[in-house]
Ligand binder design. Structure first.
Ligand SMILES: *[C@@H]1O[C@H](CO)[C@@H](O)[C@H](O)[C@H]1NC(C)=O
Ligand SMILES: *[C@@H]1O[C@H](CO)[C@@H](O)[C@H](O)[C@H]1NC(C)=O
Ligand SMILES: *[C@@H]1O[C@H](CO)[C@@H](O)[C@H](O)[C@H]1NC(C)=O
Ligand SMILES: *[C@@H]1O[C@H](CO)[C@@H](O)[C@H](O)[C@H]1NC(C)=O
Ligand SMILES: *[C@@H]1O[C@H](CO)[C@@H](O)[C@H](O)[C@H]1NC(C)=O
Ligand SMILES: *[C@@H]1O[C@H](CO)[C@@H](O)[C@H](O)[C@H]1NC(C)=O
Length: 418
């Protein structure tokens, strides 16, 4: 877990530096990136609050949020005719003029001009847009659309879907090589990296043999030679030598490994990843310690400073004993509760559970006069129906919405195998 905490620090895959200058895709080779200046900005995509948070990295200050519409659960159970919900992946154009945000719930691609943070275009694309980047032409956007088997290409300025490039199933993210000639695509339903020739828009070859079928995020190093694909479900990374066109190592990094990035510390290249959180940690790459933490949006039009709870909870048997490790690690669940408009969002990520087993999360109410703290209230029941590598069950994302803050004791959270 210590490793995980450290890894959470680098969100550079989703950052934008120096909006008015040419961009060098993070991480930059030594000496290429200018020092941080007051005109630099970092943007984060805040999925639950449906906002973008704008940060001034020269002062480590949150400047404000850009709201894209409703929060994750307000009126979003209705059909969404025109609104954009669930702001997720961010990518920037190399000239620094635009940033693209993907709304994963409504399949919308929003382009924002960095000079004035105004929306330039909103485009509906194929199912499941997840992560995207501007191509080196600074206007077209290549989008990993997870629900289909093709990468979508749009004109980001006039908002037109112009191409679909057939790929392996479930493209998740698109990255471009530093020279702009090649695009790399990871997937959530195929253990391959599709390698695309940018000029002809054709898959040239597939790099096979990734550690797992599901790859959420990935990153290229500054040289463009090494690609790291993160496998959130199995807690691994695949290290890909893109020139040799093969996976050179599979490394176990820990649960929820996501959003990898690179940093060169004292001449040694380190890889950082993160799990999900509502803060941006700033890490001193020399001491490898967190030197500042900024709250970013997760909720509401401002989305700042609202409550969030993160707790790793053991899974108990129905008779109340803690269940033991069955090989891969102890059965446990990460519970996150976020304060949101109207109701709070209760999220469970369960690992190393009994495959297809039913589990119930419960907690004890805060109130004094309702049973002396002994009444345990069931909150949500879920099935661990995702098979992990070793045959255990996982529940990658259980969501429930109810009033939590002020109602239940955080310390009383418990998960029991039914
Ligand atoms: C895109 O922007 C980069 C950085 O400013 C620049 O080098 C490149 O020439 C631009 N591409 C086009 C097609 O204008
Ligand atoms: C938008 O731009 C693309 C080229 O990038 C062009 O093919 C298309 O016709 C344009 N659409 C509109 C509505 O202008
Ligand atoms: C890459 O993989 C996809 C999906 O399996 C397949 O359809 C395609 O033909 C492959 N492309 C090449 C160039 O091997
Ligand atoms: C990585 O894992 C995959 C899937 O288990 C396997 O096929 C591949 O050989 C492994 N690669 C290396 C370099 O260990
Ligand atoms: C990097 O080098 C500096 C100076 O020698 C040292 O203080 C620091 O601990 C080193 N950091 C790491 C991560 O090795
Ligand atoms: C788990 O459930 C799925 C369908 O829900 C079924 O296909 C699978 O065989 C079950 N596995 C076990 C071990 O019960």
């Amino acid at each position: 877990m210590k490793f995980q905490k450290l890894l959470r620090a680098f969100l550079a895959a989703q950052t934008l530096l120096a909006p008015t200058k040419a961009q060098i895709q993070a991480p930059a080779p030594p000496g290429l990136a200018p020092p941080i200046s007051p005109s630099d900005r970092i943007y984060t995509g805040d999925q639950t609050s449906n906002t973008l948070t704008v940060i001034d990295p020269s002062q480590n200050r949150v400047l404000g949020t850009i709201s894209l519409g409703d929060t994750r659960l307000s009126n979003t159970l209705n059909p969404q005719y025109i609104r954009s919900v669930s702001s997720h992946g961010l990518g920037f154009s190399r000239d620094g003029k635009y940033i693209v945000s993907l709304s994963v719930l409504t399949n919308t691609v929003t382009v924002i001009r960095t000079a004035d943070n105004r929306i330039v275009s909103q485009t509906s694309v194929d199912r499941g847009p997840h992560e995207a980047f501007f191509a080196p032409d600074n206007t077209t956007i290549w989008i990993g659309t997870r629900g289909v088997s093709s990468v979508n290409i749009i004109d980001g300025i006039n908002g037109t879907l112009t191409h679909r490039i057939p790929t392996a199933d479930g493209p998740s993210k698109v990255l471009f090589s530093p020279d702009g000639l090649t695009a790399y695509v990871n997937h959530i339903r195929a253990p391959v990296i599709s390698v695309i020739d940018v000029a002809s828009k054709q898959v040239k070859y597939n790099i096979t043999g990734l550690a797992d079928t599901f790859s959420s995020d990935m990153m290229l190093d500054a040289t463009g030679y090494t690609l790291i694909a993160a496998h959130k479900m199995t807690g691994q990374i695949s290290v890909v030598d893109v020139h040799a066109r093969r996976v050179i190592a599979n490394i176990t990094t820990g649960p929820e490994t996501n959003h990898p990035n690179f940093a060169v510390v004292n001449g040694t290249t380190h890889v950082f990843c993160d799990g999900c959180d509502d803060s941006l940690d700033l890490v001193d790459a020399n001491s490898l310690s967190v030197i500042d933490t900024m709250r970013v949006g997760q909720e509401g039009h401002k989305g700042l400073g609202l409550s969030v709870v993160n707790r790793l909870v053991p899974v108990l048997s129905s008779s109340g004993e803690q269940l033991h490790s069955n090989g891969a690690g102890p059965p446990q669940a990460l519970i996150t509760v976020r304060q949101t408009a109207g109701l709070d969002m209760f999220q469970v990520i369960g690992r190393n559970l009994r495959l297809n087993g039913s589990h119930t999360a419960s907690a004890v109410p805060v109130c004094e006069g309702c049973g002396g703290g002994n009444v345990r209230i069931p909150l949500v029941t879920f099935t661990a129906s995702t098979m992990m590598k070793d045959g255990c069950g996982a529940a990658p994302q259980v969501l429930a919405f109810f009033k939590w803050f002020g109602v239940y004791e955080v310390g009383s959270l418990e998960i029991v195998e039914d």
